[in-house]
Design a protein around this ligand. Structure first.
Ligand code: K7E
Ligand code: CUA
Length: 681
């Protein structure tokens, strides 16, 4: 949680402990729950052994940079998918094939802060093809393939300095957006921070998503005033073609934002007509500027490669009239959410006393009527009264984010008063409130930001855990809570801990994707140049001080498993292929003292691990995944000799013939094509 000043967090906790505004007793536990309620709640979240959950939930890992996949209603963790952060457990970001995924214009960045997962959509409904997520720190958007639950693509966003309002999806996955939270000079330059107002700007990027492959390309960027672009959602139905961005710091402060960005009574929602922007770009109204950004894509051969972007099309609001409008919105708004009909645009003014709701149709009329109060940086500012559909009065304190149930109700998270507030989309009247433990950030309803929410459950993604679980020292797991929202009143069903700090989450019925899952990689079509598709083609090759060990693993041995002739300081590349063609038979690979990582290989997959032995000796290697009854036997040895030693290269696999090895140091394996390239990548 980074958006709420500490002051308010403390206030929240104090208010909470005093029992203010929430139905909680002094120690914060829900009061009044009877045994009958508990039994019923337990039944609702109970998934019998061997049975499946009804929903997949994808939760951002926040500062862990990854995605957690959970089953709902059980809250069981199904998978931790590495995205932006290296993951030593399976070699993500350590193996030669995956390292390029973390390449950026700043170099290799093996971590990030991931906030907002977004499922791809067709006609405004999650379709289960891909999941996108933002890297907030080093501006990036990642795409996961949901047949494999693996990251397949990461694109860097130039001219951005904090990719927070991202990667919100248009209703047919035409684009994901990327607004910068921090304004900076664009392009970057060396200026005084005091020149903020003249030298800094904000950037909103539209990243095109290929409808067949999901591949992303940076289509164009909007150069915007130097505000902080905080969150976004796209229009849908009638408002399809627009996107909405909250901005705070319209004061354009560059220090002590806690105070300086809270001066104005209202900041803005920026309404962007992206279809208009597309047209302006097509008409040549954008300028092409040099830029350098990494675009990392996992190839069909399982090898990631980086391509470098060299330019970007930049469009200014002046060059494209009618593209951008400001909707005044109280007060330092955070979330912006569009209801399933596409008509209502709900803001979470984190310091506001009401929840303002704008009307899309009123906005269009106000634009047609030129109901402006003026301009800000050349962008027309619409009259608040002309666009507002209503305000939710006395909703609670610190509204942040809103989701919808598809039954005419909205649910807004209240950070300061630690509750979810349910209200009516017609009357804007509060219908129900349920306490959260504690300080809820985002909340999530499956499909709750789409045209067709599956409005059965809501999950509160809480920021503060305190006393909810057995204590684990100073650092506590984050806390999520599951509510049944199928009736008139919300019912708290369960608490479950999460890893990282989930900000936003998305969920969809398991039935949409569970039968599409890839069970293994096809060994026959494995196109990695260092793959060994059988034990005969395993081998060891030396080229100068680079040694390629081409190995296989299968229950329950490695081939080869004795290797001699390695020298201190060699760059050794272990190219492991898992020969298994059964579901759920991975093998691991680890070498004594390797400063890199281990590998975890899925059936049919090839992965390459680098190792530079630093001292003489015998080094065991072994399988780290308990794969069979003889898993413990799945081990081998490597002999490391001093640099320049006259120890012949030798290994015990069918390709080894002592006679061919006589010319030590020049050994070539007859018939083995060596077209590999990892050593030079
Ligand atoms: Cu509200 Cu980064 Cu979406 Cu956290 S953000 S809560
Ligand atoms: Cu292979 Cu354990």
């Amino acid at each position: 949680m980074s958006v709420i000043p500490l002051l308010y967090r403390r206030t929240a906790t104090l208010a909470l402990l005093a029992g203010a505004a929430v139905t909680a007793n002094g120690c914060g536990r829900a009061s009044g729950a009877t045994l009958g309620d508990a039994r019923e709640a337990a039944t609702r979240v109970y998934v019998a052994p061997g049975k499946y959950d009804e929903f997949y939930a994808f939760m951002s890992g926040g500062f862990d940079g990854q995605i957690g996949v959970y089953g709902l209603p059980s809250g069981r963790l199904l998978k931790h998918v590495p995205v932006f952060s290296q993951n030593a457990e399976n070699g993500w970001g350590y193996s030669e094939q995956t390292k390029p995924m973390l390449q950026t214009s700043y170099g290799f960045v093996p971590w990030d802060d991931a906030h907002h997962p977004e499922l791809s959509q067709t006609a405004g409904v999650p379709d289960g093809r891909w999941l996108f997520i933002n890297g907030n720190n080093t501006p990036r958007i990642a795409r996961l393939d949901l047949t494999r639950f693996e990251t397949e693509e990461i694109i860097e966003i130039p001219n951005s300095a904090g990719n927070h309002s991202s990667p919100f999806m248009t209703e047919n996955s035409e684009y994901v957006v990327a607004g910068t939270r921090f304004s900076v000079p664009a392009p970057q330059k060396d200026v005084s921070i005091d020149d903020y107002k003249s030298a800094f700007s904000g950037t909103i990027s539209y990243i095109k998503v290929d409808s067949a492959t999901g591949h992303m390309t940076l289509a164009f960027q909007l150069r915007m005033p130097a505000f902080d672009y905080d969150l976004s959602h796209s229009g849908k139905g009638p408002s399809h073609g627009w996107s909405f961005f909250t901005s705070y710091n319209s004061e354009e402060g560059n220090s002590k934002l806690e105070v300086n960005a809270s001066q104005r009574d209202k900041d803005y929602i920026a309404a962007i007509n992206w279809k208009q922007a597309e047209q302006c770009v097509a008409q040549g109204k954008a300028t092409t500027e040099p830029a350098r950004y990494a675009h990392n894509l996992m190839g069909e051969d399982g090898i990631a490669r980086t391509e470098w972007g060299t330019s970007v099309k930049v469009l200014t609001p002046e060059a494209c009239p009618g593209m951008a409008y400001y909707l005044p919105t109280p007060k330092s708004p955070h979330g912006v959410d569009v209801d399933p009909s596409g008509e209502l645009i709900v803001a979470g003014g984190k310091l506001a006393t009401v929840i303002p709701v704008h009307s899309f149709s009123k906005m269009l009329k106000a634009i047609a009527d030129r109901a402006f109060t003026g301009e800000d940086h050349g962008i027309p500012v619409l009259k608040y009264e002309a666009t507002v559909a209503g305000e939710v009065q006395n909703p609670g304190l610190g509204p942040l984010h809103t989701e919808f149930d598809g039954q005419g109700h909205a649910y807004t998270s209240m950070f300061l008063s630690s509750e979810i507030v349910k209200w009516d989309l017609k009357t804007f009247k509060v219908l129900d409130r349920a306490p959260t433990y504690y300080s809820v950030g985002h909340l999530m309803i499956p499909g709750g930001d789409s045209r067709k929410p599956w409005g059965k459950y809501a999950v509160a993604l809480n920021k503060i855990t305190k006393d909810r679980y057995l204590p684990t020292g100073p650092e506590l797991a984050q806390s999520a809570q599951l509510y049944d929202i199928s009736g008139d009143r919300m019912k708290l069903l369960s608490d479950f801990p999460t890893i990282g700090e989930p900000h936003y989450a998305q969920a969809l019925p398991a039935s949409i994707i569970k039968d599409r899952q890839l069970k293994m990689y096809n060994l026959a079509t494995n196109a990695d140049p260092w793959a060994a598709k059988n034990e005969k083609s395993t081998r060891v090759e030396r080229k100068g001080n680079v040694v390629h060990v081409v190995m296989t693993s299968v229950r329950s041995h490695f081939m080869p498993d004795n290797i001699e002739g390695i020298q201190v300081g060699d760059s050794v590349y272990f190219h492991l292929t898992n020969l298994e063609q059964d579901w759920d038979v991975p093998h691991g690979f680890a070498v004594l003292g390797n400063t890199n990582a281990e590998l975890l290989l899925m059936p049919g997959q090839t992965r390459t691990l680098a190792w530079v032995p630093s001292r003489v000796g015998i080094y065991p290697f072994y399988c780290t995944d308990f794969c069979s009854a003889l898993h413990q036997e799945m081990q081998g040895y490597i002999r490391v000799s001093p640099k320049g030693a006259k120890v012949a290269l030798k290994w015990n696999s069918p390709s080894y013939h002592e006679v061919e090895n006589e010319h030590e140091g020049e050994h070539e394996v007859a018939g083995a094509a060596t077209t590999g390239e990892h050593g030079t990548r």
